[in-house]
Design a protein around this ligand. Structure first.
Ligand code: GTP
Ligand code: SPV
Ligand code: MN
Length: 601
């Protein structure tokens, strides 16, 4: 951490040049300092000592509570403002001169209007505060896809979190060189007023201005803002893709395969990426390793014409409720040290708790807002969207290729949603085009990851509805066009772990047991498993799945696998809303596939 003297910055003196080795970055920092008028400017150079220093300062400032030093070494609790606990899609804008670029699914603001409004808000907003300069790289350094960003923020929580989630430090300037091609990320929590909250993306200027929120997806600008919204637009222009996908490695039958899976927010990516195989699979040598748990950048390599992927992030910002030693032991181990816990309950001994961590709740604790809590007080102890922020190097199942600049080859793409009824456990699309249709019409119940009502079924194309940084019809076109670069293409599958029985219980046990479905998926991709042709796609019969040692009601399981004609008809009808929304802009492939679906009814 290094203080940048304001006077030296204004005059662009040698001392500043030595610290910030890029003239464009210096000029932009100077502009932002003039605008925000911070009390002082501090450059974060990266590294462990600095991170500990930031965290210690955060404890002093009341931003962090230090947790039990033996049970949770170097772990901290952060309590957010109670109105700042999730992504706020209503305050998220794509800004461009023409609305055409943002398309029908994004909130749009004219760039000139947005800049004017935001300049007004940012003006003087950091008076008396410290501005942290955070240079970072998304992607393994040296990867052809790696991108540099610089975030300016007045939040210590954001500065500490960016140090976990990205490759943070002055090394970013080495990657950048003299180039002007870095994402300008300006951020202030200000007074955290949801009425004055704006997360504005300027795809044409490679910039993000975020005001009024400290929450992950709104404030850690390398993540959803850069690595999904801006990157998806860049990928569209340059012929690659940025997707809301996990990437995991599967060691099986002496082979190593990689899959990428897109599930909407809080629908199981982290859990699937860190899956621990059931006992019988472990004995047979199966192993799952994690490349990434939230975002994938995918491209087609020019030698083999295969789809490959990297994880642009360096850490996990994962959901806590429901996470425990049974459902996700790798996550529990990952967050056992050097982790920031956000909006969980604090136990009297300095440990933390959230719903689902243990079967029995603690007798008493402080809830996520810091109020005394007891089991029957009628409020949750942790916020439903409470999260952990942990470096990926803590993951005992980190894939050896997680840092490989050349990424990993993708054998299968899996789309999945959270649907209580109607949508079967698994099916395989007939081909790439049909798979793109399945992804484009993906639907899921809303979760606590975004503000608003939860449990409402909505269309969430490719799990990217909140993250497509440009026009959705161009985005679909791009998905179809990507096939043309590939010699062979990954199989595309659809899963639903969340179907419920008449008592409202999940039929499928999920978590580690999801490997049984993944086995069928991988075997389908290598021609080793049977698939029955149904209206929806290729589906396993019960006997095509390995269900040994699995304690599931046979009849319910058959029901979970079934496609009922009424449900299927209803899916086609409700997917029609998307077609209406896109009006005349829907790619013709989508229309043809839909016709084929209808004719199969
Ligand atoms: P984001 O970080 O918001 O993008 O979410 P994610 O897709 O990584 O979701 P995550 O894996 O964190 O899971 C969200 C919630 O779903 C947690 O409460 C999990 O315990 C629960 N969950 C994950 N996998 C399964 C599953 O296979 N079955 C059931 N029933 N619940 C699951
Ligand atoms: C999501 O909501 O999909 C997340 C959490 O992964 S956030 O980074 O806040 O977007
Ligand atoms: Mn996510």
């Amino acid at each position: 951490m290094q203080e940048i003297p304001l006077a030296a910055l204004r005059q662009d003196q040698g001392a500043v040049t030595a610290l910030i080795a890029n003239a464009h970055a210096r000029a932009w920092l100077r502009e932002c300092v003039e605008l925000c008028q911070p009390h002082n400017v501090v450059l974060c150079g990266g590294g462990e000592t600095e991170r500990q220093e930031l965290l210690a300062q955060g404890v002093q400032a009341g931003v962090f509570v230090r947790l039990h030093p033996q049970k949770l070494p170097r772990c901290y609790l952060h309590r957010s403002h109670p109105n700042d606990v999730a992504r706020t899609e209503s305050c998220t804008f794509i800004c461009s001169p023409q609305q055409e670029l943002a398309g029908p699914t994004n909130h749009w603001m004219d760039s000139a209007t947005a800049y004017k409004k935001l300049r007004g808000l940012f003006h003087g907003c950091m008076a008396g505060r410290t501005l942290y300069v955070l240079p970072f790289v998304m992607g393994p350094p040296g990867s052809p896809l790696a991108r540099v960003g610089i975030q300016l923020t007045d939040s210590l929580y954001v500065a500490a979190s960016m140090g976990i989630m990205t490759r943070l430090g002055t090394a970013a300037f080495k990657q950048l060189g003299e180039s002007n091609a870095f994402t300008r990320c300006l951020h202030s929590v200000a007074d955290c007023n949801p009425e004055r909250r704006y997360i504005c993306h300027f795809p044409l200027d490679n910039a993000v201005w975020s005001f009024g929120s400290g929450y992950g997806g709104n404030a850690l600008l390398g993540k959803k803002c850069l690595a999904l919204r801006l990157a998806s637009y860049l990928g569209y222009q340059e012929g690659w893709m940025a997707e809301h996908m996990l990437i995991s490695g599967v060691q099986w039958n002496g082979e190593k395969s990689y899959v990428a899976a897109a599930f909407p927010s809080a629908c199981g990516k982290t859990n699937f990426a860190m899956l621990v195989p059931p006992e019988r699979y472990r004995r047979a040598g199966w192993q799952i390793t994690t490349v990434g748990d939230d975002i994938a950048w995918l491209w087609v390599d020019k030698q083999e014409n295969r789809l490959r992927a990297i994880n642009p992030e360096a850490g996990y910002f994962g959901v806590l409720p429901g996470t425990n030693w049974k459902t996700n032991p790798n996550a529990m181990q990952t967050m056992a040290h050097d982790t920031i816990y956000t909006n969980v309950a604090l136990l009297p001994d300095g440990d933390v708790w959230w719903e689902g961590k243990t079967d029995t709740p603690p007798d008493a604790c402080l809830d996520w807002t810091g109020q005394p809590w007891t089991p029957h007080c009628g409020r949750p102890a942790a916020h439903p969207n409470s999260r952990f922020t942990a470096p990926m190097r803590n993951n005992p199942a980190l894939d050896p290729a997680a840092e490989d600049p050349n990424g990993v080859p993708i054998t299968a793409i899996i789309f999945g949603g959270r649907r209580a009824t109607g949508v079967p456990l698994v099916y395989q699309s007939f081909n790439w085009m049909h798979g793109v249709y399945a992804g484009a019409t993906l639907s899921s119940e809303t979760t606590a990851a975004a503000t608003g009502e939860t449990g409402v079924v909505r269309r969430d194309p490719m799990a990217m509805l909140p993250f497509i940084g440009y026009n959705i019809s161009e985005y679909f076109h791009h998905w179809f066009a990507m096939r043309k670069q590939m010699y062979d293409c990954p199989g595309i599958f659809h899963v639903n772990w969340f179907r419920r029985n008449e008592h409202g219980e999940f039929i499928w046990p999920g978590y580690g047991e999801n490997l049984r479905i993944l086995e069928w998926i991988l075997k389908r991709c290598s021609g080793q498993a049977y698939g029955r042709e149904t209206r929806l796609g290729w589906m396993p019969r019960l006997e095509d799945l390995n269900l040994a040692d699995l304690n599931v009601n046979q009849q319910e399981l058959e029901a979970a696998l079934r496609v009922d004609p009424e449900g299927f008809k209803n899916e086609i009808l409700t997917a029609g809303e998307l077609f209406i929304q896109l009006a005349g802009e829907m790619p013709k492939e989508m229309i043809f596939i839909r016709e084929l679906l209808v004719s199969r009814l």
